[in-house]
Design a binder for this molecule. Structure first.
Ligand SMILES: *[C@@H]1O[C@H](CO)[C@@H](O)[C@H](O)[C@H]1NC(C)=O
Ligand SMILES: *[C@H]1O[C@H](CO)[C@@H](O)[C@H](O)[C@H]1NC(C)=O
Length: 533
């Protein structure tokens, strides 16, 4: 794209604001997505409001009552004392209903966000967990984000897609639906979730994607990604990410999967409690610095978000109206996917994003504070919001793909506007980000029992390896494993699955097939059987 050409479109856009985004030549050729685990906006970034009052964060006047309906019960104020959290606050469907509405049966519009303490107290009556969920990090504890949001774009109105736990929300990120799941459903897991994904749409348009994983790719929860044709899109993060970035060989859509298990050699860096947020900061820093130094930097958009709020308090009412079910599939609780989950942190990074030109903010404040803050979505409908489906929706615009995935991404806000204001990329983006300090003083506890999310990954491993046909599946697989054993089991399963895939490809099995392993007692890659997709 020549300078003159892009300048022409830039002027045109200013003169004619009804121009569709397709009219502008898009500067982004590579979108990198990193989904962290289980933290709300206020918990991670709420206190950034101190640095920029434009941010819809916290002031310290926010509170929850121990008993949501009893004004005389103890008040838990929102503090800045977040450190390292062990046990995990509640985050399943009913628990979140209680956090949002103050009870599992009430429905109050707008949502009062009043039951976080009460729900935490029901898990741990010592008040310790209640205090944890009412706490946020001081900006310096998350210093990598502190720099990123002063340089690039912070979204302070981005919600998780569904008010429930990890897997359904992760499914929304790349497919704009969980296909009716509000929890991890064993049957679906075995088969893999059948919906169409953004990966399929990119592939059909002749574009490339790549998954860079550490322990295991959670993207294998999508059935379609298990197909042989996508085998070569999976890469070991530690072996390949830096190399591919350095060579300028990153594909158009890159998914970075953090380490979901905490061991001494490879600490968990997904920010999931009880993992140290310091490790997550170091992962974000590494990905950023790798991209910044890549020859592809000038065409890159790097997006960081969190799958869900993980039981931590957030003060912004979760949207309850005008949210379309993606596909009309109801959950087992008769939930229609017509309200969103709790607000989560999201940051967009690109040399095409202005340092000092916030979107949709007050002119006066804009002149005082340079930080870009992206507030609510401006369409395509009056109820549209930013949520995880905004990722496939924006990817569709960036790459000019012909179709939406379903009704949800068609509705979700898109944010291509934030990188369509310049006619050349910035050259002042920092090369390096700060290194925050370790928060947890102790080493990883490898003997710890598996979290629910880790158990779900073990179940995925069992499916990939073929162990799921053993009678114990799914309720007992992983029950007796500790973190170290679980990680080894999962990594071995993934390795065998990919080995079997490579073997099948050599045998010229059709690219549309999925390798189905036999139980591990008998299975070797060479004995795997191949079934139809
Ligand atoms: C990125 O663009 C800037 C501004 O046009 C230019 O100075 C720089 O050399 C480019 N970097 C790369 C790696 O192409
Ligand atoms: C994040 O991870 C858990 C499992 O430990 C997962 O199942 C859940 O949905 C998410 N929430 C929290 C707070 O852990």
């Amino acid at each position: 794209m020549s300078y003159r050409f892009s300048f022409f479109f830039f002027t045109f856009l200013l003169l004619n604001s009804s121009t569709t985004s397709n009219a502008i030549q898009n500067p982004i050729k590579t979108v990198v997505v990193l989904v962290m685990e289980n933290r709300s906006f206020d918990h991670i970034l709420g206190w950034m409001k101190k640095l920029n009052p434009n941010i819809d964060g916290v002031t310290g006047s926010e509170f929850n009552l121990l008993s949501a309906d009893d004004p005389n019960s103890i008040r838990f104020m929102f503090k800045d004392t977040a450190e390292y959290v062990d046990p995990n606050p509640g985050h399943r469907f009913d628990a979140i209903k209680e956090q949002i509405f103050g009870s599992q049966t009430a429905y109050v519009d707008p949502a009062p966000m009043s039951g976080f303490v009460q729900q935490a107290h029901s898990i741990d009556n010592s008040n310790k967990l209640a205090e944890h969920v009412m706490s946020g990090f001081t900006p310096d504890k998350v210093a990598v984000y502190k720099t990123l949001i002063s340089e690039f774009a912070l979204f302070d109105r981005w919600f998780s897609s569904v008010p429930t736990s990890t897997q359904p929300n992760r499914l929304y990120v790349h497919s704009a639906t969980s296909h009716g799941a509000t929890n991890n459903a064993a049957l679906h897991l075995v088969k893999g979730y059948p919906q169409r994904t953004i990966f399929d749409n990119l592939h059909e348009a002749g574009l490339k994607f790549g998954i860079y994983f550490q322990n295991a790719p959670t993207t294998l929860f999508y059935r379609s990604l298990r197909k042989l044709k996508y085998l070569s899109t999976f890469h070991q993060y530690h072996l390949s990410f830096k190399r591919d970035a350095k060579k300028g060989k990153l594909p158009n859509y890159v998914v970075i999967e953090p380490s979901y298990f905490d061991t001494k050699i490879l600490p968990g860096n997904d920010d999931h409690p009880s993992h140290d947020v310091y490790r997550g900061q170091m992962l974000v820093k590494e990905v950023y610095e790798t991209l910044r130094a890549s020859p592809q930097w000038n065409q890159t958009l790097f997006l960081i978000t969190y799958d869900e709020h993980g039981g931590f308090y957030d003060h912004v009412p979760t949207p309850l109206r005008g949210i379309p079910s993606p596909d009309g599939i109801q959950s087992s609780e008769n939930f229609n996917f017509d309200r969103l989950g709790v607000r989560v942190p999201t940051i967009a990074i690109s040399p095409w994003i202005e340092k000092g030109t916030p979107l949709h903010v007050n002119e006066k404040l804009r002149n005082c504070y340079g930080d870009a803050v992206v507030h609510g979505a401006k369409g395509p409908t009056s109820t549209s919001e930013y949520e995880h489906s905004s990722i496939p929706a924006t990817v569709k615009k960036i790459f000019n793909l012909p179709n939406f995935l379903n009704k949800r991404d068609e509705w979700a806000g898109t944010f291509e506007g934030i990188f369509q204001t310049r006619n050349e990329p910035r050259t002042d983006c920092p090369w390096n980000l700060p290194s925050p300090v370790k928060i947890r003083k102790t080493e990883a506890d490898e003997e710890a029992s598996l979290s629910e999310f880790q158990q779900e990954l073990i179940q995925l491993g069992a499916v990939l390896k073929g162990d799921h046909v053993l009678t114990s599946y799914p309720h007992t697989i992983g029950n007796d494993m500790n973190v170290k054993q679980g990680k080894e089991y999962l990594e071995d399963s993934v390795k065998r699955f990919f080995e079997a895939g490579h073997f099948a490809k050599k045998m010229e099995v059709s690219e549309e097939h999925i390798v189905q392993m036999k139980p591990s007692l008998t299975s070797r890659p060479s004995k795997s059987s191949i079934r139809n997709a």
